[in-house]
Design a protein around this ligand. Structure first.
Ligand SMILES: Cc1ncc(COP(=O)(O)O)c(C=O)c1O
Length: 517
């Protein structure tokens, strides 16, 4: 099991400790497996006139250059490739700020019901009543959870929800002739998408530092608030995993300056049923539905980032909205029906499949179940924080919400081992590493989010691996510097891979090429 890809024996005692997180070997491409004449299947008796209806100038001169492989090879190729994926379905995934919780399989059943999955997005409203009703209900539930007045389900992800929210903020100020507001204030513990959103919407970002407890420094905030403030964007709970203790004072200060208060609610899984942003006076927020309400994410698939607004931003919500008539039927708003709307931000009505999954999740949990979700997420994060205290530094060591930041700065000082080494060594222990070097305000940061769905045994196993790695750092730091030892590829040059990705397809040569054209 622990034999190296190159056949050599496992180094650095890896054999004693490891269970590789992913399949052992890289896979050849289908082109490399191709041999002339191999087929998965043949059509036994193709009609003699099969090509008769195709104009001659549209017919290929030569067959296409596709790999020639048989069925078992093809299936094994893709199944083996899938074993190289790490996923919540294969193991613990404590990736901070990402909420890689278990996604209940019943959601997949619901999203695949033909009435949802096969519905053409352009069918007349009369034929889409079930889906429209689901979306309408989901909006109501998100209003209830957030304490806000109305919701748009259109945005396709959290980041797009932020942009949608800030475009509404801009429309609001403009509608009042208040055109001097050119700044958005972002605390330094915010998610990176917050300042990115501000820039994309044409605003200047003003960063406010955190205080010693990891909250927004109110004096620093007051110093930058003023007539140029369009909004404050507050990630709450923050990327330090901390709930903003003085949230109401912060919102009031922003309002006093004439700005609007935006809450990044991507981390709502820590506060469901405990805190409603609308009650604290927030004007607008987004929810990361794929995180909080469990759609598989992280692989680049669709997400959903509904945006909830209070009274002030109601007129500016994207269109079309789902409306319910007096007779109980549903319809989509018609173009131009609400002139102040910022317009459409996504095709059709949003990522419907993701929204159906969220609906199923909400139905399955109910109000008290959602509260329990948050309690368990907070319990798991605090349990791990306690377990790792002493082995790693915990810079803001107070009760956290869904996640907490640990730091390997002590290992760097004492053993010359860095956070990246710890993260890579975790792969040898069968765990996905946490988020590293983020948030930026913590040296050698490890942002750990266990989520509410993991068992005590899994949490203990992870904590044990982290402790073993810290101990190993002192006696055999080289084992960490050269980790991972069991993954199909070793330490990659990630900076070069990101900046100069080599994504070229190169044609096969010689006999392997089924058809050169
Ligand atoms: C706090 C926070 N805000 C915003 C985002 C961006 O969301 P998305 O990745 O869906 O665009 C994330 C991502 O997880 C997040 O954690």
């Amino acid at each position: 099991m622990n034999e190296q890809v190159d056949g050599s024996s496992p180094p650095f005692g890896a054999a004693d400790t490891v269970c590789p997180a992913v399949g052992a070997a890289l896979q050849p491409t289908l082109d490399e497996l191709s041999r002339p004449g191999r087929r998965a299947s043949r059509i036994p008796h193709p009609p003699a006139d099969a090509l008769a209806g195709i104009p001659a100038d549209q017919l290929r001169a030569l067959p296409p250059a596709l790999p020639e492989v048989d069925e078992p090879e093809t299936v094994r190729h893709f199944v083996n490739l899938s074993h190289l994926n790490y996923a919540v379905d294969t193991g613990f995934y404590p990736l901070g700020s990402c909420t890689m919780k278990w996604n209940p399989k019943i959601n997949e059943w619901a999203a695949r019901l033909p009435g949802f999955a096969d519905l053409h997005p352009l069918v007349p409203d009369a034929l889409a009543q079930g889906t429209l009703e689901l979306l309408w209900d989901l909006e109501r539930w998100l209003c209830e959870i957030s304490g806000m007045r109305a919701v748009t389900l259109q945005p396709a992800a959290g980041a797009q929800g932020e942009l949608t929210g800030i475009l509404m903020v801009r429309a609001y100020h403009r509608s009042r002739g208040d055109t001097e507001r050119s700044e958005i204030i972002v605390p330094d513990s915010s998610h990176g998408t917050n300042p990115a959103t501000a820039s994309m919407a044409g605003y200047r970002t003003i960063t406010v530092r955190s205080d010693a407890r990891g909250g927004v420094d109110l004096d620093a905030l007051r110093a930058v608030l003023g007539p140029r403030t369009a909004a404050l964007m507050l990630t709450n709970p923050s990327t330090l995993g901390l709930f903003e203790e003085r949230v109401c004072e912060i919102v009031d200060a922003v309002h006093e300056a004439g700005g609007l208060a935006y809450m990044d609610g991507a981390n709502m899984n820590a506060i469901l049923g405990k805190f409603r942003p609308g009650d604290a006076g927030f004007d607008v927020m987004h929810v990361n539905v794929h995180k909080t309400f469990s759609t598989p994410h992280g692989g680049g698939g669709p997400g959903a980032g509904p945006v909830a607004v209070g009274e002030k931003l109601l007129p500016f919500l994207p269109s079309p909205r789902v409306l319910r008539g007096d007779d109980g039927t549903f319809r989509l708003e018609r173009p131009g029906e609400r002139p102040a709307s910022i317009g459409r931000v996504r095709s059709y009505v949003g990522s419907t499949g993701v929204l159906v999954r969220a609906y199923a999740y909400l139905l399955a949990h109910g109000g008290s179940g959602l509260e329990e979700v948050s309690e368990d997420a907070v319990l798991a994060a605090n349990y791990l924080r306690h377990r790792l205290r002493g082995t790693y530094e915990i810079p803001y060591d107070r009760v956290c919400k869904h996640e907490f930041v640990a730091s390997a700065a002590n290992l760097k000082r004492e053993a010359g081992v860095r956070t990246l080494d710890v993260a890579k060594r975790l792969i040898d222990h069968g765990h996905h590493p946490p988020t590293i070097y983020f948030p930026l305000i913590v040296e050698e940061a490890l942002l750990i989010e266990p989520t509410e769905t993991e068992s005590l045994e899994t949490l203990d196993d992870f904590a044990g691996a982290m402790e073993a790695i810290a101990a190993e750092a002192h006696v055999n730091p080289e084992a960490l510097h050269s980790a991972p030892h069991t993954a199909p590829v070793r330490r990659l040059d990630e900076a070069t891979a990101a900046r100069q990705p080599d994504l070229h397809w190169r044609p096969m040569t010689g006999a392997q090429m089924p058809c050169l054209d």
